[in-house]
Design a protein around this ligand. Sequence first.
Ligand SMILES: Cc1cc2nc3c(=O)[nH]c(=O)nc-3n(C[C@H](O)[C@H](O)[C@H](O)COP(=O)(O)O)c2cc1C
Length: 153
Amino acid sequence: MSSENNRVGIFVATMTGLADMCGEEIEDALTCAGLDCERQLMDGLDTSAFEEFGLIVIVTSTYGHGEIPDNGQALFASAQTGADLADKKYAIFSLGDRTYADTFCAAGDRFDAVMAACGATRLVEIERHDASSGTLAEDVAGEWATGWADQFA
Ligand SMILES: Cc1cc2nc3c(=O)[nH]c(=O)nc-3n(C[C@H](O)[C@H](O)[C@H](O)COP(=O)(O)O)c2cc1C
């Protein structure tokens, strides 16, 4: 693997900003573990944004009836049209609320399906944060990333 492919891209889809706070905690945790990270909101991106990274971390909340936040829809649609991500690994931190029983964290599951369809390999289980659980999403996000950072380092 080239040194370029050891880079981690953290891509955030959010409506009200909590997912970006989680992305920041994930970035801090992975940086502490020695990984070279870059975090960005998904706004206006397509799958060419994945090119320079070996590991893609998707951080997304869910809105509407299981929808991806507005700022992530273009990137999702781009992946749906097909991309060769066979040399990529990915991980997903998914924010939702179990109050929405039928669509709990559905956006993260939709990203999981499309990344797999593009040939990428999921590094770890999807982490699904429940806003009704009483835990802080950003704390859970940082602990989650710390837990698997050495699997990619
Ligand atoms: C209008 C609205 C619709 C939502 N729909 C869903 C949903 O379908 N499924 C789910 O799991 N969570 C749903 N949620 C919960 C959000 O995903 C959750 O509060 C999340 O932490 C928000 O993160 P964000 O600030 O990054 O957008 C919804 C929240 C709102 C306000």
